[in-house]
Design a protein around this ligand. Structure first.
Ligand SMILES: NC(=O)c1ccc[n+]([C@@H]2O[C@H](COP(=O)([O-])OP(=O)(O)OC[C@H]3O[C@@H](n4cnc5c(N)ncnc54)[C@H](O)[C@@H]3O)[C@@H](O)[C@H]2O)c1
Length: 513
């Protein structure tokens, strides 16, 4: 009977999971350990390290009852029956597999620390996303550092969605537990199943081989990212043909073989997982010499880079081929709504592209701290780029030439756009990178509106002029900024210089006339 669990890694995976176990299993003592003392102090305070809906309430319910936060790993490990490892596995930035292979230094260090601290072998559960066969490596390191003792390592990948994590933890679509073939591994899997069974129905729990569990997480994220890149690829085609990507997505989504979810065209995907896990998958395929498979999955990342760059290019082209000195209000900086997470946020790439064009940015996000935004724009020399961060969206928009929606926060759809319009320069542009807003209503106010994959009702001559202006802006921006840094540039397209679009044309395009 499990009485005590240690969760290593007080991050986006570790804490929502730990808090859920504590809440659902009152007889289990759950201790979360992290080497970051500031983070642990924040988890013990009222100002938690990040925003996740309902997490604060859940933590406050069980903290000090059967949920505890610690920095002393040895102490927490010693008293635990099961150790769940949820530490970060970022991409390697140098050496072999740079930008594709996961950096497993935390993992190996954790294995050594556990072996050192624990008087006997314990059940270890991989919760971080790790490459296939990491469980073997972990068991080997543990064994060598504990006088040859046999350790059992299970894989229990995290499928909860950031922004919806507490709901997903409370009613998961599935729990996957991967175990080896030994009797000890099977018994260990049963003890983990018994914990989940305290709130999860049996038919939602999948027990599988350990390598299948490790690979399923990478595969799930690769498929999800691929859907976004697929619909984003179609959004580019919609913009040039006059089709509407929302109508296309709806029509294909009602086909039950395709399904309606995750078909929203946007400025691109972000977050800690999609790109990192796609890169891990590409690395794995290359490692096993599956070149075509690696190329296939890498194209999903390339399409995402293209979409971010395309959006920034559209902004510059529409604003008469220059944003230099113009104030742009950026609405949203987190990689999606309902989270304060900015890891791999497309907003950063779009903002950097606009800053390279010398735009003056005023960034507003309802949940991302100004410190987190500032850090994102700090260069290698420690200098912050020139931009302002506004707590109030109306202040951000005051005197701006354009509103640029980069995160689909519900609150943005409820803004008073007539008030925003009154305070802005003319023409007042809106670039809706999430297709969140009511474009017809905005046009009725007087805004010039651009969405993603939305028709702009151009004559064929205007259409080719616009395409030329966008190509020209793209070529000029490519020379200066790399959207999706640390990745090889895509081949440049040929693009002749085109004259800046004139105001009259944009008014007609945007429906101001
Ligand atoms: N964020 C997600 O939604 C999500 C979903 C599924 C899987 N994952 C995977 O889960 C893992 C964790 O992701 P995350 O988003 O929670 O990361 P995170 O950065 O939010 O949290 C990881 C935590 O581990 C801590 N840590 C690192 N090394 C440590 C050590 N040696 N001792 C103690 N603590 C240590 C860090 O201080 C950090 O607080 C990654 O492998 C990630 O790919 C993340």
């Amino acid at each position: 009977m499990v009485k005590s669990i240690c969760v290593i890694g007080a991050g986006h995976v570790g804490v929502p999971h730990a808090a859920t176990i504590a809440k659902k299993c009152p007889s289990i003592r759950v201790t979360v350990v992290d080497e970051d003392a500031r983070k642990i102090a924040a988890w013990c305070s009222t100002l938690l390290p990040f925003y996740e809906p309902s997490l604060q309430e859940c933590v406050e319910d069980v903290r000090g009852v059967n949920l505890f936060f610690e920095t002393d790993l040895a102490k927490a490990v010693t008293s635990a029956d099961i150790i769940l490892v949820s530490v970060s596995t970022p991409l390697k930035h140098s050496g072999m597999g740079a930008n594709f292979a996961p950096d497993l230094q935390h993992w190996e260090r954790i294995a050594r620390l556990i072996a050192e601290a624990s008087p006997e072998p314990k059940l270890i559960v991989e919760r971080s996303t790790v490459p296939v066969r990491t469980a073997d490596v972990m068991a080997t390191v543990l064994c060598h550092n504990s006088g040859g003792a046999k350790w059992t390592v299970l894989s229990n990948p995290e499928f909860a969605r950031e922004g919806n994590a507490m709901v997903d933890h409370a009613s998961p679509e599935r729990i996957m537990i991967g175990a080896g073939n030994s009797d000890a591994a099977k018994a260990a899997a049963e003890s983990l199943v018994a914990i989940y069974r305290q709130w999860v129905p049996a038919d939602k729990i999948i027990v599988s081989g350990i390598w299948s569990a490790e690979l399923s997480k990478l595969t799930a994220n690769a498929f999800l990212a691929q859907r976004i890149s697929s619909i984003n690829a179609i959004s580019a085609l919609c913009e040039t043909t006059g089709a509407d990507v929302s109508e296309v997505a709806y029509a294909i989504g009602v086909d039950s073989r395709i399904g309606r979810k995750h078909l929203q065209a946007s400025v691109g995907f972000g977050g800690a997982c999609y790109e990192t896990h796609l890169r891990n998958l590409v690395y794995l395929c290359r490692h096993y010499r599956l070149k075509e498979v690696a190329t296939y999955w890498e194209s999903v990342i390339k399409m995402n880079d293209y979409q971010k760059r395309r959006f920034a290019t559209k902004i510059v082209a529409a604003m008469f081929n220059t944003v230099s000195g113009k104030k742009l209000a950026i609405l949203g900086f987190s990689y999606k709504k309902n989270t304060s997470d900015v890891r791999h946020t497309p907003a950063l790439d779009v903002c950097k592209a606009l800053l390279a064009e010398r735009a003056a940015l005023a960034i507003h996000d309802p949940r991302v701290s100004s410190e987190a935004i500032g850090v994102a724009f700090t260069d290698a020399a420690g200098h912050e780029q020139h931009l302002s961060i506004e707590a109030d969206p109306y202040m951000a928009a005051n005197g701006a030439h354009a509103l640029v929606v980069l995160t689909e926060w519900d609150a943005f759809a409820r803004l008073d756009f007539a008030r925003l319009y009154a305070s802005m320069q003319r023409p007042a542009f809106i670039f809706d990178g999430r297709n969140l807003l009511d474009h017809d209503a905005l046009r009725a106010i007087g805004f010039v509106v651009y969405g993603i994959g939305k028709p702009v009702q151009l004559s064929s001559q205007q259409s080719s002029q616009r395409a030329e202006a966008e190509r020209s802006a793209e070529v000029s921006m490519r020379g200066r900024v790399r959207v999706g840094a640390a990745r090889p540039e895509q081949p440049t397209e040929d693009g002749a210089h085109s004259p800046p679009a004139d105001l009259k044309r944009v008014e007609t395009l945007g429906g101001m006339a």
